[in-house]
Design a protein around this ligand. Structure first.
Ligand code: GLC
Length: 436
């Protein structure tokens, strides 16, 4: 009995001790943790925030970010996924800048944004960061699009040009050459539809958004028209060539080579229709190539790509697109941001990015790079197209200019206004905006 009491007493003391030991142990561990966090805190990686469209984010994450972070353990890239439409992404960047210190360190910019962002003072001047010789490795138009008043504000990460995709197999089978004129495009479309080879002839981006403007400059160029002359700020929207370009697009819906829903489509909707084998022609960017040639695609190995058709007096118009990296003026990490830009625009990173995602390089050497040409045989040809691509007007008021065109063009295409009335308004609003 006595023994049991003694044992219990000892057990209690021991339990208390255990508790104390445990408490001391926890305190020590906690202390060490705090101590070890202290110095680590000062060495925590620099995080660079970067906003981009959701479809772009995937190939970034797959390869080049991992490579960059492995080479630069002190820097992390945090991708923030934004909306698909470039104008909505631009709105997000714009409101972040207007509200004050932007949360984004790196600015992933569509070619059309640079004048606006630079004029507003939102970007660091990168002119002295890179030599003329280094810049000469990039396509000239890609670089020019990133200058504003003689200064350079971004380094081209990738280029882009609008192209005409077509079903090479069906055209060959029916004995057609690839189309050269708008009439050819219509004739081939109708013939393949009559033979029930495809549901639709020609698919394009007709929704009211930036992609509509990019698609339209190609048709406009094909009809020999122009939108805004960036030198004189003359506006060509109420000219006969513009009206002819709109009539062509409206007609594609009226005669049924394009579906009525085309006026609600962005790039991805149009890609899916073509990729499912439901259309003879598609206007889109080169990112479609690897996707449409994937094993799961209904048109794998059956397609070809060419510049847009034109009239006798017009030119083949490929709209210049593309994305470049700039640095936000409010970033606390300008050096890390420049390190990231140097890597992401390097030959090594671009090669990887292009091979993975089918994007168009901004470095000229990559268009004839053996690895890239083995995967994309049309790239040497694409370089010529990039060199002659059509620019959307590189002016600081581009966003509003494009917004006017988008609104009235959409009204004309959906028959809410006649093309004449729509373009009369569009031209006069644009002139007013540009002080003409
Ligand atoms: C692509 C182009 C870009 C263009 C956009 C329109 O992303 O690279 O320049 O503004 O498409 O949808």
């Amino acid at each position: 009995m006595l023994n049991l009491q003694v044992v219990n007493k000892f057990r209690k003391i021991f339990q208390k001790l255990k508790f104390r030991v445990a408490a001391i142990f926890i305190a020590v561990v906690f202390g060490i943790a705090i101590l070890s966090i202290q110095p680590a805190q000062t060495q925590q990686p620099v995080v660079l925030n970067l906003l981009m469209t959701a479809p772009d984010a995937q190939p970034w994450r797959q390869g080049i970010i991992k490579d960059f972070e492995a080479k630069n353990p002190g820097i992390r890239i945090n991708i923030v996924e934004g909306p698909n439409a470039t104008n909505l992404l631009e709105d997000l960047y714009t409101s972040a800048f207007i509200l004050g210190d932007s949360p984004y360190d790196l600015v992933n910019m569509d070619v059309i944004w640079t004048p606006k962002f630079a004029a507003a003072g939102w970007l660091l001047d990168l002119t002295d960061k890179i030599t003329q010789q280094e810049l000469a490795a990039f396509s000239r138009l890609d670089v020019e699009g990133r200058r504003y008043k003689g200064k350079l504000y971004a380094i081209p990460m990738r280029s882009d040009v609008g192209m005409l995709y077509y079903r090479e197999d069906l055209l060959k089978e029916a004995g057609f050459n690839p189309p050269e004129s708008f009439d050819d495009l219509v004739k081939i479309s109708q013939s393949l539809q009559e033979k029930n080879k495809v549901d639709w002839g020609y698919i394009w981006q007709g929704k009211q958004y930036e992609g509509l403007a990019a698609m339209f400059v190609e048709i406009l160029e094909g009809f020999g028209g122009y939108w805004v002359n960036p030198e004189t700020l003359e506006v060509g929207l109420d000219q006969s060539e513009t009206l002819a370009a709109i009539e062509f697009l409206k007609n594609t819906i009226q005669i049924g080579i394009s579906p009525p829903g085309v006026t609600t489509y962005q790039e991805e909707e149009t890609r899916r229709i073509f990729q499912n084998g439901n259309s003879a022609f598609l206007r889109n960017w080169p990112y479609v190539w690897p996707l449409a040639n994937a094993e799961s695609s209904a048109v794998d190995g059956k397609i070809a790509i060419k510049p847009m058709v034109h009239t006798k007096t017009g030119n083949s118009g490929a709209c210049l697109g593309g994305w470049a990296l700039g640095i936000s003026k409010s970033t606390k990490h300008p050096e890390a941001a420049w390190k990231a830009i140097s890597y992401f625009t390097s030959e090594e990173a671009q090669r990887k990015f292009v091979l993975e995602a089918g994007f168009v390089p901004s470095r000229r050497s990559l268009f004839i790079d053996p690895q890239i040409v083995a995967k994309y045989p049309h790239y040497p040809e694409l370089l010529k197209i990039v060199d002659q691509a059509v620019l959307r007007p590189p002016i600081a008021q581009y966003a509003q200019t494009s917004d006017i065109l988008q609104r009235y063009l959409s009204a004309a295409l959906t028959s809410r206004m006649t093309p004449e009335a729509a373009m009369k308004n569009a031209a006069s609003e644009t002139r007013q905006l540009l002080g003409r």
